[in-house]
Structures are given as structure tokens and as C-alpha cells.
Design a protein around this ligand. Sequence first.
Ligand code: MRU
Length: 359
Amino acid sequence: MRSVEPIRWTPEGVVLLDQRRLPGEVVYHTYTDYRELAVAIKDMVIRGAPAIGVAAAMGIALGVLHSRAASLEELRAEFKTICDTFAATRPTAVDLFWAIGRFQRKFDSLARNAAQNNLEPIKEALADEAQQVHRERQLADEAIGKFGAELLPSSGRIMTQCNAGALATGGIGTALGVIRVAAESGRKLEVFVPETRPYLQGARLTAWELQQDKIPLTLITDNMVGHFLKTGGVGAIVVGADRIAANGDTANKIGTYAMAVLAHENRVPFFVAAPVSTLDLSLASGDAIPIEQRPADEVTHVHGVRLAPDVAVANPAFDVTPARFIAAIVTERGVARAPYEQSLRRLAQGASAPSPVAR
Ligand code: MRU
């Protein structure tokens, strides 16, 4: 694999790279208890919408694999508890709920044909399914990278937000996958990386990933975004997504909305790169997307050091960018453009889009 590996299914358990400790330390943990894996998702050991989906898939498979249920009915009850545990980890990234839904359908179809007392085939099939989800994420990233790279300029500056890289997907990344494929095809790109307060995914993770791949970058603070969009010769912005509503409104890391508005003001094309599993066509608009509120100490403290007095704090982890600011949404099935109601529905329904651009 070309990029860093944040998650792996192994015979010993699910191995996660602890993203809280990057870039200073590269530490892996092996999980054999699904409850601990669910806590790891909540605590950001693994994060990024597609990677959360892979982690939930592997976590559900892990829970079933280690279940002591003696009958199908007992296993069914335990399976529900396992799914509920993962559903309660992080509310915004819809890939999590996509993975849970996929496993519920898989479990139901396996249970229909299962013998009451032989649960091994169900356990094995769910373990295979989890690894299949991971492989599909990797293939989706490669396809997103190819479609998206076509939209980037042949040289110059690109801006991104948060970390939508290998660490966030388990593949080559969505937004960073686009940048990686473009760089590998010989484009001379430099990336502006906002640090992404309060959790610093830009400074800690994106800067690290790009540095590993020798893609030139400049780290900036979040409040420099407007300045560099006005003066910095930025040719395009590409970001990931946590949930995309039917009309194209997109939830992504806090700060993305301000970046998109400033991009519009400065005529910089703003692209979203995400797999089809990040689409939530059950929501008419972004107004209905649940926004995760994270703990106050992520704002008041940095690495355990208090920066602010003990005051009221707001910490919404995501914001919603209205579709009118989004020039295109790049998926593994092709590129959607406005009006998104039609183009996203076509991509969600179909296999690959007949042409790379769905309108
Ligand atoms: O809170 P995080 O780190 O999970 O937030 C991640 C993001 O907002 C990413 O941009 C998004 O999940 C897309 S990752 C390919």
C-alpha cells in the first residue's frame, strides 16, 4: 500500500494507528473487544468519515466473532447491542450508519439460511464482509483520486481542510487522494494546510501525511485562510465530507463553510471529494444534518495545557456548506455538478456514471 495504514484486520484483532499521538509517536493498538473499539472511535484514535465506517464494520464483525451466544436468537440480540454501541459513537459521519445498515442487511440474510446452533458461518461471513468494506474504500479512493485530479490545475496552489487523507479513509484518502493522484501524474502542486483548530487534524495529520509523500505544503493557521485565498494564488480547494444531503449541502470539519464562502468571494473553485457512502439522500438539505458537539477541553486545552480560563465554550465539530458554494462533488462513480438533487441521485442509484460528469 502506498499510504499510511490507519486500520487493519488481523487474526489477533483490529489494529488501529493511534491518531491522537501523531505526528510525534507512531503507536498501534490491537482491539479484541468491540466495546473498546467503539470507545476508540469516540475518542478519535481513528477518525475521518470513511475510516469510521471501516472501523464500525470491523468492530461489528469483531463483536460477533467473539460472541458467546449459543443460539441464533441470542446472537441476534447481541448483534443489536453491538450495532447500537457503534451508532452511539459519533453522530455526523454518515459512513458509520451506512456500515451499520450494511451489516444489518448482511446479518439478516445470513440468519435466514443459518442453522440454529451453528453460528460459525455467520461469524466468518461478517469477518469477510468487514475486510470487503475496507477493500471497497481503497478502490473508491483510487477512483475519486482519478476523477478529482482532472479538476485540478496543472500547477500551483491547492487548499484543503482538516485531514481527508489516508488516515481518514484507510485508502489513499479522498481530498488528499485527489492531490496525491494529481501529484503522481506530474502536476507541480503545493498545498496550503490550515491547522484546523481545535483538534489540529491539519497541523498534526495532513501536514504529516503530505510530508511523508514529499508533496510540498505550507501550514497556516485557520484565520489565514481568507488572506491566502485573496492573495495566495490558490487555484482550487478540495475537501472531504462527513455527510452530504440530497441537495448537495455538505457537512465537513468546522471551518469548511467559512472557507467555501471566502472561496466564492475570491473565485476559487471549491470541490468536495467523498465516496457514495457519504451521501445521505434521506435528508433534503443540510439543515437536518446532526452536528456533533465535542468536549470543551478540546478548545480550552492543547495537549493537556490550559490556554483559556474556565469559561463557557462551544465546540461544534462540523459545519454545513451550502451546495451553491460547491463547484463539484467528486465520488468514485463520477463527478456530480449542480443541480445536485438529480446528479447525486443518479450516482447513488447507478453503478458507475456513464460519463465521468453527472448533471
Ligand atoms: O472529526 P474528524 O477528524 O473525524 O473529522 C474529519 C473530517 O471532517 C474529514 O474532512 C471528513 O471526515 C472526510 S475524511 C475523508
